[in-house]
Write a protein of this length. Structure first.
Length: 456
């Protein structure tokens, strides 16, 4: 019987290949990797207790390999094809994001690993957006865009064949896996040759820059890759010294002693040369580099408080003023782990310490985790937020498309339509986080919790 390569290994191979390709296509991304590595080393040298915590929590091993990418597709068939490709890598659609609230004609999901062991090995994620053609107001242009998209195939014939082979065999051999990674990578490669003429490109661009980006090219080129930093404020401050121009503000919550959810910044999109179908030359602006800092995942109760405070803070034009607004608003959000846990604001993972293991029979299901922590029997560590924030995602998109003002419109959410195109339901991230915490509770002999219906 043939030996098949694991989904985790294929994902690892693909993420590495994607990073190498993007460094070649966007040299500033390589500069960004160097900057983030320098900052992370500095943080760990300055804070040895953080290094110990990350090591104990199993986070240190994934820090330097962690990436997320983003792509945009044009049709339901393309989205469904990507679902099959990502499934081979152990990545599944999690969450639904309606970016139309920011006037962006797409809706999205994040393909990512969902099991603890897979996330610990390589938490590669791809934020994947599908064009909403019904939001293109110019009806003749909408029809033309759909006709253009109907003519293209974003997957190579060999990639199609290997997806079928995987389905038939239940896996891929080492040579097949290597070929699969090579062929799948072609879907995400930048191609300078547009599949439309300059006039059509301009019409699509006038409708929305993202429409031009999605429709005008033969593939769904990766538009950014994102390393994870331990100090995003430091990265933002150092970008100009590395020859990189940052966006105006860091998206997400303010700097905290105990980070929550996700903070993001980026460098501005590059202007890249394009050759149109008739041979005319022009330029296209869409691809950029992004940096993220991840914190603990919030429960629905914590997320409601976060959303309220973020709305109160609003947005300022420059980062200094914006962070001040955020700090003032988020003074009401607890910044100590004991309160975050006991108030049910964030998800935590529990593990038995040697003293707890020796006294396992004395632990009762209804025991207070905090009492056991204070007794030295168990330890708690934050469950890392593995997903994205709709406001941050939209903000990053806008700032790199020349729309810093972040004007928001009434959303046109249609999760049912998106899932029909995808070919399956998206997973609920809150359910995944609750399952993670509850698995750890059960392993410690503690009762499970249900925070999904918490209305406090």
């Amino acid at each position: 019987m043939a030996e098949y390569v694991s989904a985790d290994e294929i994902r690892e191979m693909f993420a590495q290949a994607m990073s190498l390709m993007y460094q070649q296509e966007v040299p500033q991304y390589g500069t960004l990797l160097d900057l983030v590595a320098d900052v992370n080393i500095g943080v760990l040298e300055k804070h040895p207790m953080l290094l110990e915590q990350l090591t104990n929590d199993g986070e240190i091993g994934r820090l330097n390999i962690e990436r997320h990418g983003a792509i945009r597709v044009g049709t339901p068939e393309e989205l469904a094809g990507l679902r099959k490709i990502f499934a081979i890598m152990g990545m599944y659609p999690v969450g639904y994001y309606d970016l139309s609230v920011a006037g962006i004609p797409v809706h999205s999901t994040a393909f990512r690993p969902t099991e603890d062991a897979a996330l610990a090995r390589n938490p590669f994620r791809v934020f994947t957006s599908l064009l909403r053609p019904e939001l293109i107001e110019d009806i003749p242009l909408r029809k033309q865009a759909l006709q253009i998209l109907a003519k293209r195939s974003i997957f190579t014939p060999v990639c199609h064949d290997l997806v079928d082979i995987h389905a038939q065999q239940g896996g891929l051999t080492a040579p097949q896996a290597q070929s699969f990674v090579r062929e799948a990578l072609e879907t995400f490669r930048w191609r300078q040759q547009a599949c439309v003429d300059a006039q059509t490109y301009q019409a699509l661009h006038n409708a929305h820059r993202l429409v031009a980006d999605i429709v005008s090219f033969p593939g769904c080129h990766i538009n950014h890759l994102t390393p994870r930093t331990l100090d995003i404020d430091r990265v933002q401050a150092l970008m100009p010294e590395y020859g990189v121009t940052p966006k105006n503000v860091i998206e997400g919550p303010p700097r905290r002693l105990h980070p929550i959810l996700l903070r993001q910044t980026s460098f501005r999109a590059l202007e890249e040369k394009v050759v149109f179908a008739e041979g005319a030359q022009g330029a296209h602006t869409a691809r950029f580099g992004e940096i993220e800092q991840r914190g603990v995942a919030l429960t629905p109760k914590g997320r409601r408080l976060y959303d309220t405070l973020l709305a109160e803070a609003g947005v300022a034009a420059d980062n200094f003023a914006h962070q001040n607004r955020l700090r003032n608003a988020f003074a009401r959000f607890p910044d100590d782990e004991t309160t975050l846990r006991q108030s049910g604001l964030a998800w935590y993972r529990y593990r038995l310490l040697p003293a707890g293991d020796a006294n396992r029979q004395a632990i009762k299901p209804d025991d207070s985790p905090q009492a056991l922590i204070e007794r030295g029997w168990i330890a708690a560590s934050p469950v890392t937020y593995e997903d994205f924030l709709p406001v941050s995602a939209a903000g990053i998109f806008q700032s790199n498309l020349g729309a810093e003002t972040q004007v928001r419109e009434q959303g046109h959410a249609s999760q049912q339509t998106f899932e029909a195109a995808l070919g399956c339901a998206v997973k609920d991230p809150f359910v995944l986080y609750q399952e993670t915490e509850n698995r750890s509770r059960s392993q410690c002999g503690l009762a499970t919790v249900n925070r999904l219906t918490d209305t406090d």
